[in-house]
Design a protein around this ligand. Structure first.
Ligand code: ARG
Length: 568
């Protein structure tokens, strides 16, 4: 039973008694002084039943009364408020503490693929990747927590025109001026190359493509690579490996876990048969030398352009590899749910891919979900950039956070945990679509809605628990009781955890978890001010409350991918 289901069950029978056919509906009460839960539905129901809303609400409240509630009352024009009995709150909290999953409601397990990160070979990771790594990793953890069988995949950008540009950059650096380009590309030249050097090659190749003639060459290189040219493939494989090693380092630093390190190129073998299939079934068609598939879907504008599958020069595109990858994920991995985590500028692209997949029958019975996110802004409200006007590099952002945290936290291991926690919590503590302002001093502060605030709260509770143990206060059982309104309040915050987890999974929204952690920590600080724990006459109940709070905050931080330290 969750806090909510108690009220829902009571309401269901109360509705039935009053001849109301709607499904019951309760929300958390916005005004705790009126109760823990609230039903706002009776006014609407009274209207269709042509009854007086207050009278109907009073009857519903009367019928809903039970030992679970200390009070069921009517407020305003017909709100029904439920106040849980203290004994119920304490019993629920005790049960939650004994449950390794903290009373999480498990979903029907589904094989799930989550696609996040999406970095590109030879391009520096930037602020946008921070969000995809951080949000994606948290979503991965949340989906695992509710019981799905999750595989994460980084979907490396290693196959499109940017590869042709990179190869062009390499040829230019080797002194190519005219004539056969490929003879200037020596796979051995990349053996000892650093990722920075690789980045420089890409930048010069990209800059060179301002020139139409050179852009045409980059396109030819791309097609040749996709057609399996051995020399280009050898050079590409080396560059891909260098890039991936560096990306994996950063991912590891951020604690982002990938089960699969696949790239767009891994869909290549699937592309030709897929296009044959689409053509054979009349789904794809030729248009001005290119192959396209018309897309349409809810949420897509009427005049949405078709998804381009093959260019007139034969090259596969971003949409092609995405569609082929999706098909592989369903056919080879058995995905029943695929989650994509990218910034909101890719919304049209991803919806088009989804639409094409549905149309082609590649996603029969598969849930396709796109978790988009908004932009990180600078203080000027514009997309966060470094002083030279480039998108801020991810490594620089991480370094900045670590430098700041080491000014505050002496222990270097703890400083790393705090710095990264600050960065991640700032990213996850607003709804993902909103975006946020990058303000390192605010993020690192130990006050307010920040990672360090929560990490300190966690460490403080752990130290209370440690002190209790040192003092030999080790209650035989962890039984929660309610000794003070502040204790009740923090327990209620804890009891909402399973609901927050379900909501986070349902809406792909780590913010639900970040907010839960903050609400619990905030209520804990009031409890801790009001209620001595170790000096209490019988500390066992309050210690159990502390344990539950530590478990909930610890679990939330874990789901956010944020580390904790027991001492700070
Ligand atoms: N590499 C892409 C980019 O930088 C992002 C990949 C997102 N994932 C996907 N399956 N399309 O724009």
């Amino acid at each position: 039973m969750s806090v909510k289901s108690a009220a829902l069950a009571a309401l269901a029978s109360a509705y039935e008694l009053n001849g109301l056919e709607a499904g019951p509906c309760v929300v958390r009460s916005a005004r705790p002084e009126f109760g823990d839960l609230q039903c706002n539905d009776v006014m609407r129901l009274a209207k269709s039943a042509e009854k007086n809303p207050r009278l109907l609400a009073a009857e519903v409240a009367e019928a809903a009364r039970s030992a679970l509630f200390e009070d069921v009352s009517v407020a305003g024009p017909g709100f029904v408020n439920f106040r849980l009995a203290d004994a119920v709150v304490a019993a629920e909290a005790t049960a939650m503490l004994a449950d390794p999953s903290l009373a999480a409601e498990k979903a029907d397990p589904m094989r799930t693929v989550i696609d996040f990160g999406g970095p590109n070979v030879a391009k520096a990771l930037h602020v946008g990747h921070l969000r995809s790594f951080v949000i994606g990793e948290s979503l991965r953890r949340i989906l695992v927590e509710i019981g799905h069988d999750v595989l994460s995949d980084i979907h490396l950008g290693d196959w499109g025109l940017q590869m042709g540009k990179l190869l062009l950059g390499a040829a230019l650096a080797a002194g190519w001026k005219a004539g056969d380009l490929t003879s200037f590309i020596d796979p051995l030249a990349f053996e000892a190359m650093t990722v920075e050097e690789l980045g420089a090659l890409y930048m010069s190749g990209n800059a060179a493509c301002e020139d139409e003639a050179l852009l045409a060459l980059a396109r030819i290189l791309t097609t040749k690579l996709q057609d399996g040219d051995p020399l280009l493939t050898a050079a590409w494989a080396r560059m891909r490996a260098i890039s991936l090693a560096s990306i994996s380092d950063t991912a590891e630093m951020l604690d982002a876990h990938f089960d699969l390190l696949q790239g767009e190129s891994d869909a290549h073998a699937e592309v030709a048969p897929m296009l044959d299939d689409l053509m054979a079934r009349g789904l794809a068609r030729q248009s001005e030398g290119a192959l396209i598939i018309d897309v349409s879907a809810d949420g897509l504008p009427d005049n949405v352009p078709p998804l381009l599958l093959r260019k007139s020069d034969g090259a596969a595109l971003y949409g092609t590899t995405d569609l082929a990858t999706l098909r592989q994920r369903v056919r080879e991995i058995g995905a029943r749910q695929i989650v994509y985590c990218t910034d909101d500028r890719q919304a049209l692209h991803i919806s088009s891919v989804f639409s094409a997949a549905r149309k082609a029958g590649y996603a029969e019975g598969v849930e396709l979900r796109h978790a988009t996110f908004g932009t990180v802004r600078g203080n000027d409200g514009r997309p966060f950039k470094t002083r030279d006007g480039f998108a801020a590099s991810l490594r620089e952002m991480i370094d900045l956070a670590l430098t700041k945290s080491s000014e505050k936290v002496a222990d270097s291991q703890a400083a790393t945990v705090v710095g990264l926690g600050a960065l991640k919590f700032a990213d996850l503590s607003t709804p993902r679509k909103t975006g946020y302002v990058f303000d390192i001093d605010k993020m690192i502060s130990s006050e307010g809605r920040t990672g360090p605030y929560l990490q300190y709260a966690y460490a403080r509770i752990c130290s209370i628990l440690d002190k209790a143990e040192e003092a030999g206060i080790t209650p035989a059982a962890d039984t929660v009781s309610i000794s003070h309104p502040s204790e009740r309040a923090v327990l209620i915050e804890c009891l909402w955890y399973p609901h927050s987890l379900s909501e986070a999974a349902r809406h792909l929204e780590p913010f639900e978890i970040a907010d839960r952690a903050y609400q619990v920590a905030d209520a804990f600080s009031r409890f801790y001010t009001d209620c001595p724990v170790l000096k209490a006459e019988d500390p066992s109940g309050r210690l159990a409350t502390c344990k539950l709070v530590a478990r909930v905050i610890g679990k939330c931080l874990e789901l956010l991918g944020i580390g904790t330290v027991r001492r700070m």
